[in-house]
Design a protein around this ligand. Structure first.
Ligand code: GUN
Length: 296
């Protein structure tokens, strides 16, 4: 292996420490406690784990955590009424509705009912538009975490060729937008892209967010490139359950200059950035300066 490992677990701990410091100051100097409300509809086991971790880390950083667990059969009207209440609640600075929602609920409608200033996921159409036009917005947590690690590793990203594999609204598209805003030359690739491997080999920065276990192998990597693996895939190998990324780690690490592992790469950064976004939203709501280094 030649690549250096980008340690997302350690980086996330640093971000959480910065968040905790900022929360302490907000409480002691301004008497304000940032609050994050998380709404979970139904009993999807993976979502329950995420929501539990979010609540735990919110409390550990000194913020207030409000968890709303609703029955899978909750009506759209009831969910919208709850969002209306959270929008109006001054103790709530961030609102997150865990996705995916049960099929009878319209995710776009629900997400767009959240006050954009409290939309710590950055999924509201206003925030998407603000990010797309390079204006101040709430930035989706996973791409924000990737951007922080890339800036830390490279310093300036200006002029670098970036290929983002995956075009989801949660990761691929906002990731591409953030890289463009940092003056990268950006290509978004996806399942229909022709000759994906050779396109990826043009990338100084390769972000894999396709949701296909170990699809990106060493053949896709330019020597010395930085590889960011957003994938979290549960597979079974040799009778054992394993967590792997969208990148085949061994072969990619033999060619790359730097690479994020799975687990311990992008994953821990997502919740750290959610906490950072909640502090940012709280500061903006109170007309206070935003925490430096925790926003895009
Ligand atoms: N489900 C999987 N990832 C996410 C995320 O980043 N935000 C929300 N709200 N739901 C998710």
């Amino acid at each position: 292996m030649t690549a250096s490992i980008i340690d997302g677990k350690a980086f996330a701990a640093t971000v959480r420490a910065q968040v905790t410091d900022h929360v302490t100051r907000l409480k002691e100097v301004h008497g304000i406690t940032p609050g994050l409300a998380v709404v979970l509809v139904g009993e999807d086991p993976a979502s329950e784990v995420y929501v539990r971790n979010k609540g735990k880390q919110t409390l550990e950083s000194g913020m207030a955590s409000f968890e709303h667990k609703l029955d899978a059969s909750t009506s759209e009207a009831d969910l919208l009424a709850l969002i209306g209440k959270l929008n109006a609640d001054p103790a709530v600075h961030g609102i997150l509705v865990q996705l995916p929602l049960p099929a009878h609920l319209d995710s776009d409608l629900v997400i767009n009912a959240i006050d954009p200033a409290k939309d710590v996921d950055g999924f509201h159409i206003s925030n998407v538009g603000l990010l797309g036009t390079g204006q101040k917005s709430m930035v989706p947590c996973t791409p924000l975490g990737c951007l922080m690690m890339l800036r830390d590793h490279h310093g300036s990203l200006s002029g670098l060729n970036a290929v983002v594999v995956g075009r989801s609204n949660i990761v691929g598209k906002p990731m591409a937008q953030l890289l463009l805003n940092d003056s990268c030359t950006v290509t978004i690739a996806h399942s229909r892209t022709k000759d994906l491997a050779s396109l990826c080999r043009s990338a100084d920065i390769l972000v894999a967010a396709v949701g296909r276990a170990e699809m990106i192998t060493g053949d896709f990597v330019k020597p010395g490139a930085t590889v960011i693996d957003v994938g979290i895939n549960r597979i079974e190998r040799d009778g054992k359950k394993k967590l792997v990324g969208d990148v085949e780690f061994q072969s990619a690490a033999a060619v790359a200059g730097a690479i994020t592992p799975v687990p311990g790469g992008v994953g821990p950064m997502t919740i750290a950035c959610l906490l950072a976004n909640t502090v940012t939203a709280c500061c903006r709501a109170n007309g206070l300066p935003e925490p430096e280094g925790l926003t895009a």
